[in-house]
Design a protein around this ligand. Structure first.
Ligand code: PEP
Ligand code: MG
Length: 747
């Protein structure tokens, strides 16, 4: 077979030779290859032993005859008495009446039925398991031969569905904005045809055993070492994996396949394909889940065996769009940024790290597109729509044209925003500081690109969330130092670890809390287990030697917490000094105002603070008691309601009485109408995702803050649910720019 695969033959000759080879080597009177057409009918494409004139003439409907039966059950079958079988269907043109014994196996590729391989003899006889295994292995190689280049493109096969060709559209969720067109890179272990046939079976068995041992050890390590990766499988699933990884049936099927002469990875793929084919046809939820687990396990095993994945990652084509079940942040960061244009994930979540990293890289990411992997092949044209959460596979010309226009409009807007890189000033001359939020070093390039005034919120927990183990002091200091270097003198406000709640670090013991958002998180964790926070403060001090250090503490809910945090910082500063370390030239300490209680108690701590940052995401979630992660309630209440605006006004005024600078750094800081209102309330510093800076500068430049302030003063006590309708109606007469009212400013 290896020789056959290497031979320079045309498509038909290659299939003909294959049937001859199988028949002669394995002692069958007949061997035939049937391949699937788009209608699902199976066409006889090559045969040894049946009438040659039947080739490309005989077709069987799905379910018709024994061949159709194999296709619809996607399982091998044999019978020593074909004519007596209830599914037998007589096709005189093939001349198959003398052949009594029949065996058929499905030809599967990625779990999809490509055709059926059959063998027949005149003699009535039993077919051994081993013979079926051999045919299955041949079918696997055949699936690769058939889908690869020359056969899929050959004229006589033109109407067969060897590759998928229909356009498909999947609606998922947009986790990182933007648009991209490109070619699919399926990031799922798949064995190319050149790695299918073994040169040395003993060596392959050895490789398989080693890979299984590594797989088992990896699972044990995750389970026992408490190193369950964030966004990865849960403990229950891992326990199921462990069970399967020791399952004798699975192991035996893998070994048997290798014994028949394929490589270890080909054996895993074959068993995975068979499982998947069954999975795709089953409606039993439990059974499906079990098979899903098995498939994941097979993928893990392939990764242990196979360097092909790292090859793919190292050699992305231009305009690559990765499509995968899921992807880890570290894996994502390994991809070549100059070539990666988009990501489509069957799973994923808005707060997943892949999404965070994709946003940081400015790459569109669409998640939740279940089933898309099976419909995609390497090299297919794809469009990722990160605005509406869509994935288009093999799009039609019309769809491509529409997207070309949208992409042009998007890049025009980007250019226009780039022109606005100078300082941000309102129409009535108020200077507004617009800073960016960041969490990864790679985002820092955007500081220059957007002309932001600095980093108003550096979320330090990201480094912890993407790491498998606790980042050591040196590693932390290196990141902070690089961030400061990348900032080139612009201020960077580091927020200390805000773990807990929805932000889980893989190495942290996972405790199940009834209300994680109200639970043991952020500064609460930092003060109760001071080791981590102390180390982080030490790293921050070390990194800012010779420069200013700006640090703030999240989720303060009582003055004593702020005082305790500050004490800890002071202690670390003294510690560094005593040891003769180079010190920061100045230290500015801030508090994140994220709890309503602190809005009332703020007077008690202002004297000890250099600045305040309002974390509006959390402040509003606690103010309205509406979970920010829960789509059902997250949008129920409006920040532009009189009580919420009253709170923002009160905080701003309290800070003003003691001359403490205050900024806002939640999502609302990037929303046109909300930002305009905050500015009119006196906030002159806002921090937001980098992509929002350009659009917001446009809003600021058209805003008459004084006029809007006057309008607000007479409406802040209106008995309405929200001032939004009145603001929108007042529009320019309230000093608002047109774009803030009709929401035409887009990223
Ligand atoms: C906030 O709560 O508004 C905030 C900026 O912090 P995070 O979104 O990281 O909780
Ligand atoms: Mg917060």
């Amino acid at each position: 077979m290896r020789a056959l695969m290497a031979a320079q033959e045309n498509a038909q000759e290659r299939l003909d030779h294959l049937t001859d080879l199988i028949a002669e080597e394995a002692g069958w009177d007949v061997c035939s290859i049937y391949l699937a057409r788009p209608s699902q009918a199976l066409e006889l494409c090559a045969t040894h032993g049946l009438k040659p004139e039947a080739v490309h003439q005989v077709r069987l409907r799905p379910g018709e005859g024994l061949v159709g039966f194999v296709a619809s059950s996607v399982r091998p079958m044999w019978t020593a008495n074909a004519r007596d079988h209830e599914n037998f269907s007589y096709k005189p043109e093939t001349g198959e009446e003398p052949f009594n014994t029949f065996v058929g196996v499905p030809i599967l590729r990625g779990g999809r039925l490509v055709g059926v391989l059959t063998a027949q003899t005149e003699a009535e006889r039993a077919v051994a398991d081993e013979e079926i295994e051999t045919l299955q292995t041949v079918a696997m190689v055949l699936a690769e031969i058939v889908a690869s280049g020359d056969i899929a493109e050959a004229e006589e096969m033109a109407e067969l569905e060897l590759r998928q060709s229909k356009p498909e559209r999947f609606q998922g969720s947009a986790y990182s904005g933007g648009l991209a067109t490109g070619v699919a890179v399926v990031l799922e272990p798949h064995v190319g045809s050149e790695h299918l046939i073994a040169e040395d079976t003993d060596r392959e068995i050895e490789r398989l055993d080693l890979a299984i041992a590594a797989l088992r050890a990896g699972i044990d390590d995750m389970l026992e070492g408490g190193r369950i990766p964030f966004g990865g499988p849960t403990r229950d699933v891992l326990q199921a994996y462990r069970m399967f990884a020791h399952d004798r049936g699975w192991m035996n099927r893998l070994r048997e396949a290798v014994q028949l002469g394929v490589t270890a990875e080909a054996a895993v793929e074959r068993v995975r394909n068979e499982n998947r084919a069954r999975l795709m046809r089953s409606n039993d939820q439990l059974f499906r889940e079990r098979l899903h687990d098995l498939e994941d396990l097979a993928n893990r095993l392939l990764r242990h065996l196979d360097d092909a994945q790292s090859e793919i990652i190292a050699h992305l084509p231009d305009d690559a769009i990765i499509i995968a079940r899921n992807i880890g942040p570290a894996e994502l960061l390994e991809l070549d940024r100059t070539k990666l244009k988009g990501i489509a994930l069957e799973e994923g979540a808005a707060s997943s790290h892949a999404a965070i990293v994709a946003k940081a890289l400015g790459i569109p990411l669409v998640g939740g597109i279940e089933g898309a992997l099976d419909k995609t092949e390497d090299g297919d044209a794809l469009i990722i729509d990160g605005e509406f959460g869509l994935l288009h596979i093999r799009p039609t010309v019309d769809v491509v044209e529409t997207y070309k226009e949208r992409m042009q409009a998007l890049s025009d807007r980007k250019l226009a925003y780039a022109e606005l890189r100078g300082p941000s000033v309102t129409r009535d001359g108020k200077r507004i500081r617009l800073s960016m939020n960041a969490g990864l070093l790679i985002e820092m390039t955007q500081l220059e690109e957007t002309g932001a005034d600095g980093v108003g919120l550096f979320r330090t927990e990201f480094q912890f969330m993407v790491a498998d183990t606790l980042p050591r002091l040196d590693a932390q200091a290196t990141v902070y130092k690089s961030v400061l270097e990348a900032a080139g003198g612009k201020p960077v406000v580091f927020r200390t670890l805000d773990l807990g709640g929805d932000k889980v670090a893989p190495f942290a013991p996972s405790t199940v809390e009834p209300n994680p958002a109200l639970g043991w998180r952020a500064i609460r964790m930092g003060l109760d287990r001071p080791g981590l926070l102390r180390y982080q403060l030490r790293a921050l001090i070390q990194a800012s030697a010779g420069q200013p250090l700006h640090v703030m503490f999240p989720m303060i809910a009582a003055p004593w917490e702020m005082r305790a945090a500050r004490d800890m910082l002071d202690r670390e500063l003294r510690h560094a000094k005593r040891r003769g370390h180079d010190m920061p030239v100045e230290v500015k300490v801030g508090m994140m105002l994220e709890t309503p209680a602190m809005a009332w108690a703020i007077g008690e701590v202002l004297d000890t603070l250099d600045f305040v940052a309002v974390g509006a995401n959390d402040l509003m979630q606690y103010f309205f008691a509406a979970d920010r992660q829960n789509a059902r309630v997250a949008e129920r209440y409006d920040v532009l309601s009189p009580p919420a605006l009253g709170l923002f006004k009160q905080i701003r005024e309290a800070c003003a009485t003691r001359n403490v600078p205050v900024s806002v750094c939640g999502e609302i800081a990037a929303k046109p109408l909300e930002a305009a209102v905050l500015i009119a309330l006196g906030y002159d510093s806002l921090s937001m995702a980098a992509a929002n800076i350009g659009p917001l500068k446009k809003i600021v430049s058209g805003l008459d803050a004084g006029k809007l302030g006057t309008w607000l003063a007479s409406h802040l006590n209106d008995p309405v649910n929200s001032l939004r309708p009145a603001l929108t109606a007042a529009g320019e007469s309230a000093g608002l720019p047109k774009e803030a009212v009709d929401n035409t400013v887009k990223i």
